[in-house]
Design a protein around this ligand. Structure first.
Ligand SMILES: O=P(O)(O)OC[C@H]1O[C@](O)(CO)[C@@H](O)[C@@H]1O
Length: 545
């Protein structure tokens, strides 16, 4: 297949982006711009009209997608083809939200029954814990869940339980331990009682240093505080694809929830990795989360590219990275419950598309995954929005706002919405020198001073943003939103012809880290490495600088 940068649409886009008018002019020229460049699907509304595009730009973007055979690649993923070519795996997180009667084959076997059996096992366990039937070693019901995991085995459960706080079982609290820094574990153990605490150890590989170390320390804490080896099974369960290692580790076979190689870690919250979510919000709401994602899956597979939410968002992100040299993309969640979502999308996108070779190993000749960052609105307006408005970097933004709050109180929500919409408007239209000067008309400044200040108040505008609305943040709309970003990530990787589903880049650090660990624990002074690493190791061994 012809390289992306050799496609006609690529050259056309280069020419087109060079001559596109300012968004102000595009809005002035077409009062119907919002109607033409907004889309509703799966309980979400996407306003993509504040992007640097006219009809021709959109046509060329869709042409680029067609030239990359995007629709075929979408079908290949959903059909379980081995698209993760370096690990020879299918990519089927979508199968986790399949209907019971669907048939999805991996190695000739329909995997849906196993998915459903695991969900039934989760449901039974959740019922036992939340009903009080499952008791700790002194006969008390479970009050606290401590989830131990890192990366995709942590961030999904963490941000989804945070986002769905209004749906929590009031009798349960949840604590998340990820970092190997003992503080992360110790701070949580100070909050819980071994008699009523359930540890959920989540590790797809069952080989991640942080998770194993934290779990061993949690077990030691449990045994030092009243528990016995015989009680472990009442207080420790595991989620893993490596059942053999989990049982060898001492996990009770009945307490192991399986997951599979065809689910990537950062795409796994829909599997038993989501057990902490299901424990906190209940299995019915967990099924609603799955249903929301399922609706987005259907939309992604069935909607024409031109009416396809993940495709449109993925294409615009590619446009800014490849044609405007945007190095990062900011996600701004105007909802306190969604404050963790930018970090989740950061892991999802950067661990997927932070690559620089194509599927067949050739170096790419264009930019790939951007830095994804962000935070909650309105806080960011008092932190980094200055740079978004007047910095030298172009940073496309996604604004996310539920129209209704779970906590309606006076003017709060209307003010939140006014800030959200005002920011997208300011980014788009900016402020001209004449407008800035006019704002200083009434001031006592001299003409010269007014001219100087006006220059500092100018904002170029033409800064692109998407706005995503939902009626209310519910398990279903959250599921659709997260699946939207999963597929948005897929779209970009598919056009760049990269493997979005392996993560070789994280291996070297781990390997070298293990070697450094041995040197840190050695009695010998470190000499064999580079001068910096030797010095750092020896300073740590000495314990002071
Ligand atoms: O679930 P595991 O196997 O412990 O891996 C944890 C995380 O580490 C990674 O392998 C690398 O960051 C992620 O992809 C994964 O989610």
């Amino acid at each position: 297949m012809t390289k992306l940068t050799q496609q006609d649409a690529w050259a056309q886009l280069e020419a087109q982006t060079a001559k596109l008018p300012h968004m102000r002019e595009l809005f002035e020229a077409d009062p119907q711009r919002f109607d033409k460049m907004s889309l509703s699907a799966c309980g979400l509304l996407l306003d993509y009209s504040k992007n640097r595009a006219d009809e021709q730009t959109l046509t060329q973007l869709f042409e680029l997608a067609k030239s990359a055979k995007l629709s075929d690649k979408i079908r290949a993923m959903f059909n379980g083809e081995i698209i993760n070519n370096t690990e020879k795996r299918a990519v089927l997180h979508t199968a986790l939200r399949a209907e019971t009667d669907e048939v999805i084959l991996v190695d000739g076997q329909n995997i849906v029954p196993e998915v459903k059996q695991t969900q039934a096992k989760m449901a039974k366990f959740v019922e036992a814990v939340t009903s009080g039937e499952w008791k700790g070693y002194t006969g008390k019901a479970i009050t606290d869940i401590v989830s131990i995991g890192i990366g995709g085995s942590f961030l999904g459960p963490k941000i989804v339980t945070q986002a769905l706080r209004p749906y929590w079982n009031p009798a349960l609290k949840c604590h998340f331990v990820a970092n190997v820094d003992a503080t992360s574990l110790c701070e949580k153990l100070r909050l819980v009682d071994p008699e009523t605490t359930l540890f959920v150890m989540s590790s797809k590989s069952f080989g991640t240093q942080e998770t194993l170390t934290n779990t061993l320390s949690a077990k030691a804490w449990f045994l030092e505080n009243g528990g016995t080896q015989a009680d472990i099974a009442k207080h420790f369960v595991a989620v893993t694809s490596n059942v053999a290692k989990a049982t060898e580790f001492g996990m009770d076979a009945d307490n192991i929830f399986p997951m599979w190689d065809w689910v990537g870690g950062r795409y796994s919250l829909w599997s038993a990795i989501g057990l902490p979510i299901a424990l906190l919000i209940g299995m019915d709401n967990f099924y609603q989360l799955l249903a929301g994602a399922k609706s987005m899956d259907k939309h992604f597979v069935e909607a024409p590219l031109e009416q396809n939410m993940p495709v449109i968002m993925g294409l615009f992100s590619l446009l800014y990275g490849n044609f405007y040299q945007a190095q990062s993309h900011v996600v701004l969640t105007y909802d306190h419950y969604l404050r963790g979502l930018p970090a989740y999308f950061q892991q999802l996108d950067m661990e997927s598309n932070g690559k620089s070779v194509t599927l067949n190993g050739d170096s790419v000749d264009h930019a790939t995954g951007p830095v994804i960052w962000g935070g909650e609105g309105t806080n960011g307006q008092h932190a980094y929005h200055q740079l978004l408005h007047q910095g030298t970097a172009l940073i496309p933004a996604d604004f996310i706002l539920p129209l209704q709050s779970h906590n309606p109180l006076g003017e709060h929500h209307v003010q939140l919405a006014s800030n959200c919409f005002g920011q997208t408007q300011a980014l788009m239209q900016g402020r001209t020198f004449d407008e800035a000067l006019a704002e200083l008309d009434g001031s006592s400044l001299s003409q010269e001073e007014k001219a100087l200040i006006a220059k500092h108040k100018v904002m170029d505008g033409n800064k692109p943003s998407n706005t995503l609305l939902m009626d209310k943040l519910t398990p279903e709309t959250l599921g659709a939103l997260i699946a939207l970003y999963e597929h948005r990530t897929f779209v970009q990787g598919a056009l760049w012809d990269i493997n979005s589903f392996d993560q070789w880049g994280v291996e070297l650090g781990k390997t070298l880290g293990n070697d450094v660990l041995a040197r840190l624990q050695s009695d010998e002074e470190a000499k064999a490495l580079d001068a910096s690493s030797n010095a750092l190791i020896n300073l740590f061994r000495r314990g002071h600088i």
